[in-house]
Design a binder for this molecule. Structure first.
Ligand code: ATP
Ligand code: MG
Length: 596
């Protein structure tokens, strides 16, 4: 392995001069030798005997030559010593360079072997040419166990095709880096996820090899898988509950939707949307209200909740309920995180239930009217009898010799009044028999009470019950359905009368009170002094079909409660301090901002 990574350090070779140039001393010495030679020739071939000047010159030349030789010898010795010193230094530098090279190679080898990255070198056929110790150990092998083996050995059977494709891709693009994520199989069969970076290179000998560096990403993969799984659970849970989620960054106006939210709104998936897209889908009748809620939330940054309808492109209507919680993100901006639920199915079921309840309420109203038939007949009969009597009187006034027209007019006025009274009672009875309700309008609760009590006058008389009306004057109007409220009051009054039937030892008294309480709601109470209610039965009275009466259906109070609750009020009962019971219901004056 070390071979692959060994490096050849090319040191600059010491340059040894091959041609020599003459130094100044050598030129001087040469010149002196020539001068000496010329002097000697002059002595030999010149005039004989030589003059003393010639001899002195010769002596001086010989002396100079000797001195020059001496100086040159000294200089040459010094130069030699210098050359030796240089040679010694050069040899020491080379040794140090070789030593440094060895250290560096050892260091690199150390790094390569134990770097926490698995390195593989494979040939074009996929045989392992080298692997670092760390890489082999990670897979539970020794280096020798892997060398010369097919690299496929460390991959799962189902991933081997992918490995071959990846290696082929590297070989097709020599020098280009490729990367991928894949599972590897350890010697003990356990698996790990790796990210591999690979590149094919051509060696000096022409062989193409693939270098692969891979890092263990098992933990990251597990975290990713866990995240993916939890996202999948969340998506599935959202789909099952028909609840999508959203995030709204107020400053940018950007809204992020979950998959289910896109499904509910039937809008094509995009990374983010704006409120305009949401509003486009909102039912035109609810759009202004939704816009108001959004505007208010973006101003006050407080949690909000609202219900509205969506109008789909095919004309279908969906009912949704959205809730959002305000949070401050890391940048200090306000964001809303919310959920929007498609409650269409629930609304349909509610509508069907409401329909059934309406039908049942109608049946019980008609039944109650049946019970009151005698009373109603009496109520109608009274004005009719008065009409007949007044008509007879009128005739008498007219038949006189001198007809008394004033008296006759008075009798006719009474006839008109009585006729209207009878007509009014019939109108009220007809209204109660009418099936169609759910028409909320502002109404005076005292007026509703008077309308009901006008129908039970005879019943009160025949049961010897005195009715006391304690109605608070000038109450603000409540938004309610007149017939439904009449039904509630009628049932409470009849129940009260019936609860007092066994009472013989005290006056039978029924009191109806109205008031406006501090919480801004109208309170109506019906108090009797009848048999009263056992505490343990107090809640059962409101159960459907609970009755203690032989001819009772047990539906009266159950229907009364659903009517009152549909008006966002509450119906309850309490035992009196003395005998009897008090039924109380409330009606809020302010109707909430609801789409349906
Ligand atoms: N004012 C009251 N005092 C005592 N008991 C009462 C009073 N009002 C109702 N109850 C008890 O509650 C039961 C249920 O009343 P509810 O009006 O629901 O049905 P019901 O009067 O029995 O029959 P119906 O369906 O004809 O009204 C009664 O049967 C009675 O036992
Ligand atoms: Mg009843």
């Amino acid at each position: 392995m070390a071979k692959c990574y060994s490096q050849v350090l090319v040191l600059p070779m010491m340059r040894i001069p091959t041609t020599r140039s003459w130094s100044a001393e050598q030129w001087l010495l040469g010149g002196m030798v020539l001068a000496l030679a010329a002097t000697c020739i002059g002595l030999l071939f010149g005039p004989q005997p030589p003059t003393s000047a010639h001899l002195i010159a010769l002596a001086l030349l010989v002396a100079s030559l000797a001195a020059a030789l001496l100086v040159m010898r000294v200089a040459a010795g010094r130069a030699n010593r210098q050359m030796e010193a240089i040679s010694r230094g050069q040899a020491g530098g080379e040794e140090r360079a070789i030593e440094a090279l060895r250290n560096s190679e050892a260091q690199w080898k150390e790094v390569f072997e134990h770097n926490p990255v698995m390195y593989f070198m494979v040939d074009a056929a996929g045989l392992v040419l080298s692997v670092n110790t760390f890489g082999a150990a990670q897979l539970g092998y020794t280096v020798d166990e892997l060398l010369g083996q097919s690299v496929l050995r460390v991959f799962a059977a189902e991933d081997r095709d992918m490995v071959l494709r990846n290696v082929a891709a590297c070989l097709d693009n020599i020098g280009r880096t490729h990367n991928w994520e894949i599972r590897k199989v350890r010697k003990d069969g356990s698996r790990l996820w790796v990210r591999e970076n690979a590149k094919a290179v051509q060696r000096h000998d022409g062989q193409v090899i693939v270098l692969i560096a891979c890092e263990d990403i098992t933990e990251r993969k597990h975290a990713e898988n866990a995240l993916q799984q939890s996202e999948m659970y969340l998506t599935e849970a959202q789909r099952l509950s028909h609840t999508g989620s959203f995030g709204w960054h107020v400053a940018s106006g950007e809204i992020i939707w979950s998959e289910e939210t896109f499904r509910i709104f039937e809008v094509e998936r995009v990374p983010s949307i704006k409120h305009a897209t949401v509003l486009q889908r909102v039912h035109p009748d609810d759009r202004a209200r939704v816009q108001r809620t959004i505007d208010r939330a973006s101003l006050d940054g407080k949690d909000f909740e609202h219900s509205y309808r969506l109008l789909m492109p095919n004309g279908a209507i969906k009912y949704v309920h959205a809730r959002a919680h305000a949070v401050t993100n890391l940048s200090g901006d306000t964001e809303f995180i919310g959920a929007v639920t498609d409650v269409t199915a629930r609304k349909r079921a509610e509508a069907e239930l409401h329909e059934a309840q309406t039908n049942l309420a109608h049946v019980t109203r008609v039944t109650a009217l049946g019970e009151l038939a005698a009373s109603i007949a009496h109520e109608v009969n009274q004005p009719l009898a008065a009409v007949v009597a007044n008509a007879a009187a009128c005739l008498r006034w007219l038949n006189r010799a001198a007809p008394d027209l004033n008296e006759a007019r008075g009798a006719v006025r009474s006839i008109i009044n009585d006729g209207n009274r009878a007509g009014e009672i019939i109108r009220r009875v007809r209204a109660l028999v009418n099936k169609k309700t759910d028409q909320k309008a502002p109404l005076d609760i005292n007026e509703v009470i008077n309308e009901v009590t006008s129908l039970v006058q005879h019943q009160l008389q025949s049961d010897r019950v005195s009715l006391q009306l304690d109605l608070s004057p000038a109450l603000p109007p409540v938004v309610a359905d007149r017939i439904q409220l009449q039904q509630v009051i009628l049932n409470l009054v009849i129940n009260g009368i019936e609860a007092m039937q066994p009472v013989t030892d005290r006056p039978r008294q029924l009191v109806i009170r109205t008031r406006h309480d501090d919480a801004g709601q109208i309170v109506v109470t019906v108090t009797d002094c009848g048999v009263g209610i056992a505490t343990e039965n107090a809640e059962r009275l409101f159960d459907a079909f609970y009755t203690t009466k032989a001819s009772g259906m047990g539906m009266g109070l159950s229907i009364c409660r659903s009517i009152v609750e549909a008006h966002r009020g509450r119906l309850s009962v309490t035992g009196n301090v003395g005998p009897g019971a008090t039924f109380q219901f409330t009606l809020p004056l302010r109707q909430e901002d609801h789409a349906w």
